[in-house]
Design a protein around this ligand. Sequence first.
Ligand SMILES: [Zn+2]
Length: 384
Amino acid sequence: MNPTITTFLTAHPSDVLDAGVDFVLDRVCGELGATGLAVWAALPATNRLCVRQDAACFDSSPGGLLFAPQARHYQASRLKPIVAPDAKGRDPLARIAAACDQRSTPLRVCVSATRTGLLAARHSEMAAKSFLDVASQKSLCPANPDVGAYLVGLARDLSESHHLAGVHFADFTIHWSEAFDPTLETGVEVADVVRTLLSVCFCESCRQAAGAAGVEFEPALALVKAVVEKGLAGSLGSDVCLKSILADGEPLAKYLNVQADVLSTLLERIRDACSCDLILDRPFNPPIADAVPNVDMSIPAAVATSVDALHDAATVACFAARRNEIRFTARALATAPASQVVTTMGDVARAGFAAIVLDDYGLLPETTFDAIRQGIRFARRSAG
Ligand SMILES: [Zn+2]
């Protein structure tokens, strides 16, 4: 049984500052009873549409850092941080951190590890690359040494410059993210397994890492090419899944294992640089993480990004044993019946999770807050 459970509500700094930091903290930690607040500090490009004070509101940002970075932390990397245009000269994180400090409210930051706005588009030589040698406009490849050094510097910068309860890394993964872009047009319906293979990175750094481990990238690339081409021709059997492909395709399995090892090694460096808790999103989808489970998720607490994972007894046992966390998306909170939100949060607490992370303050309709308040109380009671 889990003695305590903490809860964090995530928010975009602009939503917190627009409504007033004190107002939001009163609401999140007072009225709703959450333990603390988590705000984005390194943001991917975002478009958000929601209702605020009964009026439709559209936010668009190319992304970037939402704090003033200290240059000394990034000297080991040719990748230099880019501050989001709307955060320049404002340092939203410092203002929120000061208010949290004053109230002794735990503050976490959320960080996009590979998709922070504009970085991949400006540094195609450090971006993930598909088997077609197309550099991603959105995702960096963390196998690239400059990207690795940048992420280590980012963790050190954030945790040394602010009083934080944790740094929460999202999208810490090696993949060509355009493969999952909903605007990617294809002639036939492309199965998830095809998108997953399409997302496998074959950038120079990944090829070199494979070579250094004695693994040839060419046969892995040939296998990816063959499956993607079959998928696009509509001739891939419906029973083909990643596990069956990897069972028959040892070169690809070995290549993906090298990438998992690269991520594990980098994760250790980031943990060592981070002077507060490190939390990592464990992606259930795309499913490579499940098929290639070798990334050492025990280093930081891992966050399950899908509530569906709760229905998998083995996953719950594994996560609970590691005192990990679970994240509810704003969509899940806003669309599920209130009673289900409340009971699920109780189930999470009973399953032994250490924390519940709730997305995202600015997107949640007013009608969901009562269920969240009840859910947090129920989770606390269920945990105790
Ligand atoms: Zn790569």
